[in-house]
Design a protein around this ligand. Structure first.
Ligand SMILES: NC(=O)c1ccc[n+]([C@@H]2O[C@H](COP(=O)([O-])OP(=O)(O)OC[C@H]3O[C@@H](n4cnc5c(N)ncnc54)[C@H](OP(=O)(O)O)[C@@H]3O)[C@@H](O)[C@H]2O)c1
Length: 334
């Protein structure tokens, strides 16, 4: 198997750079549905076959449905090469089988599929224990074939432990993980290693901040942050150590990138792809607006050496510890 593909489960192989679809849900520029689906076909053609989406990411599930229809017309064999990992993000409340099944059926219908490759469950409020009911029903829907695999997103280690102790098989957790935010290393990764669970990561490029585009720039004004993603991760940069330290990091990453004839984005992605338990890095795709496929595909040729890692460490050692400030994975949502 090539180093760009990994088994998330026995019958679920994914491309290790996933295409993130939060960007189609608003706040990331005007998305044209026809152009977006054409762009999805281009991603697929270049080998970027795995999509990360959610019931709450605007039209993302319907885009998968339309994309699959067009792929079928072009070459129906290609459908088997595509994976769509969606999320179930309900409002906290009673989680009966019929409520859970209603939402899963809705996702199946929108995506025009019979079975969801991976459902990633999010829960906003741990004080409401109904999340365990939801997982029980999702697990039954796995047995019934509507879902192939069960995953989580933004769950902290303590709750993942409760869930797995109850005997539910969870194959993945999706969490924020980047050179800036290495919180998963404190508790989550040791847990994953012990329990055979893998991580899918987001925020790895900080919405695009980790790129040549921001190298040497003055501290941006809020008005310069033109996507919700940039706004979200600007707050992370602030909490981590601020713009000047971030510039120091960008200069170091630029130096490493030049040494390998690579890019800051590639170095930042590879840094996380190389971490234990990380199955894949999700990179946000502003479909039909911008794309970085030619660059991102090169990440699999990049080998970071120990000198590179020492240089990156020398900067992150000067930063604040986000685990102390925010807490374990997902605490920023609660
Ligand atoms: N579970 C959760 O709570 C959660 C939360 C956030 C995100 N996510 C998932 O993760 C995905 C990623 O979203 P994110 O917000 O974290 O964004 P991100 O992946 O950190 O950043 C995406 C942006 O990075 C820029 N970029 C990508 N490749 C590049 C390259 N090679 N060189 C230079 N710039 C590059 C692009 O900016 P331009 O378009 O401006 O060029 C792109 O829009 C989402 O779509 C979603 O699927 C999940």
């Amino acid at each position: 198997m090539s180093n760009s593909i990994i088994n998330l489960a026995d019958n679920l192989s994914i491309y290790r750079i996933l295409n993130g679809m939060w960007q189609v849900s608003g706040g990331h520029g005007q998305i044209n549905p026809e152009l977006a689906v054409l762009d999805m076909l281009e991603y697929h053609k270049m080998g970027f076959t795995t999509w990360d989406l959610a019931d709450i990411y605007g039209p993302s599930e319907s885009y998968i449905g339309e994309f699959r229809k067009q792929l079928f017309v072009k070459d129906k064999e290609e459908l088997n090469k595509s994976q769509a990992l969606t999320k179930f993000v309900p409002n906290p409340g009673p989680m009966t089988k019929s409520i859970v099944e209603y939402y899963i059926d809705q996702s199946l219908r929108k995506m025009s599929i019979d079975s969801i490759d991976l459902i990633q469950f999010h829960w906003w409020d741990y004080t409401n224990p109904s999340y365990l009911d939801a997982i029980e029903h999702l697990s039954k829907l796995c047995d019934e074939g509507k879902i192939k695999h069960l995953g989580l997103t933004n769950f902290d280690t303590a709750r993942v432990e409760i869930i797995t102790e109850k005997g539910f098989k969870i194959i993945s957790n999706q969490v924020q993980y980047s050179i800036l935010d290495q919180r998963p290393e404190q508790l989550m990764i040791p847990f994953c290693q012990k329990h055979d669970m893998q991580l899918l990561t987001y925020g790895t490029l900080l919405g695009g901040f980790l790129s040549e585009k921001y190298l040497g720039l003055e501290n941006p004004h809020r008005a310069d942050l033109t996507t919700l993603s940039l706004q979200k991760y600007y707050n992370m940069i602030d909490a981590w150590g601020g713009w000047n330290l971030f510039q120091e990091l960008l200069h170091t990453l630029s130096h490493i990138a030049k040494k390998h004839n690579s890019s800051i984005a590639n170095v930042s992605t590879k840094f996380i792809l190389d971490k234990p338990s990380v199955a894949g890095v999700i990179i946000g795709a502003r479909l039909g607006v911008s794309e970085h496929r030619e660059d991102n595909v090169k990440v699999f040729d990049l080998r970071l050496d120990s000198e590179d890692l020492l240089m990156i460490n020398a900067i992150t050692l000067k930063s604040n510890n986000l685990f102390d400030i925010i807490g374990d994975c997902g605490a920023e949502y609660r």
